[in-house]
Design a protein around this ligand. Structure first.
Ligand code: DGI
Ligand code: FE
Ligand code: FE
Length: 200
């Protein structure tokens, strides 16, 4: 990532996103950089993924559907019913085609940042977690614990976030994307296996 390119992208996002979303975006980039330092990942790449993760968040539900249709992005039934989920897919597309990102790890992190996916890469997990714990967030329960966990056991932080998100979605009677559930089950299983392995 070139410093200039990052500054240009920041300027464009400042124009595209509302104030709150821009502040959140900068918070995610900053937190992703800190997590990258903690886990030995490229700080520049983490910042770039954080910067762009919500680049399609400014669109209404109908615009998201319209744009996905226009760019031939596959829309699942769950996404059609809950179009805001599409800001991740459209965001990954725009990162590539509008913001010129070629790095597939960055594209993947943007693509999977809302639901997660089983067996995420380190950058996928950094963005997934940074999105939830960035300093501007305040509403989630267990935020203090999850923030601390993020810097000691990233997979466990992923599990805590998914557990609380699923609980929240159930309470709100929202449709749960099968990917969110699959991700939770995958990481729960992986943790159990690790614990069993540790005892043996
Ligand atoms: O874009 P952000 O608000 O920064 O964060 P995000 O992309 O993680 O989106 C957060 C919302 O996504 C949050 O309200 C929970 C929701 N979400 C995550 N998984 C699912 C989901 N919503 C539905 N309906 N179904 C899911 O499986
Ligand atoms: Fe998002
Ligand atoms: Fe976000």
């Amino acid at each position: 990532m070139k410093e200039n390119n990052s500054k240009l992208i920041q300027k464009e996002l400042y124009l595209k996103l509302d104030k709150k979303r821009y502040k959140h975006t900068m918070g995610v980039a900053y937190t992703a950089a800190a997590l990258a330092m903690c886990y030995g990942f490229s700080v520049e790449k983490a910042q770039m993924a954080g910067l762009l993760h919500d680049c399609a968040k400014c669109y209404s539900a109908s615009k998201l559907l319209e744009k996905c249709d226009k760019f031939n992005i596959t829309v699942t039934d769950t996404e059609r019913g809950n179009p805001y989920l599409l800001h991740a897919k459209l965001g990954a597309f725009l990162a590539m085609h509008k913001y010129g990102v070629k790095d597939t790890e960055i594209i993947s992190a943007i693509l999977h940042h809302t639901t997660g996916k089983p067996d995420m890469s380190l950058l996928d997990k950094i963005i997934f977690v940074a999105d939830y714990i960035e300093p501007g967030r305040s509403k989630a329960p267990r935020l203090a614990q999850i923030r601390q966990m993020a810097f000691s056991d990233l997979d466990r932080a992923v599990i805590m976030i998914l557990a609380d998100t699923l609980e929240y979605l159930r309470q709100e009677e929202q449709v749960i994307d099968s990917m969110t559930e699959k991700t939770y089950e995958y990481y729960l299983e992986a943790m159990k296996e690790q614990q069993e392995g540790g005892i043996a």
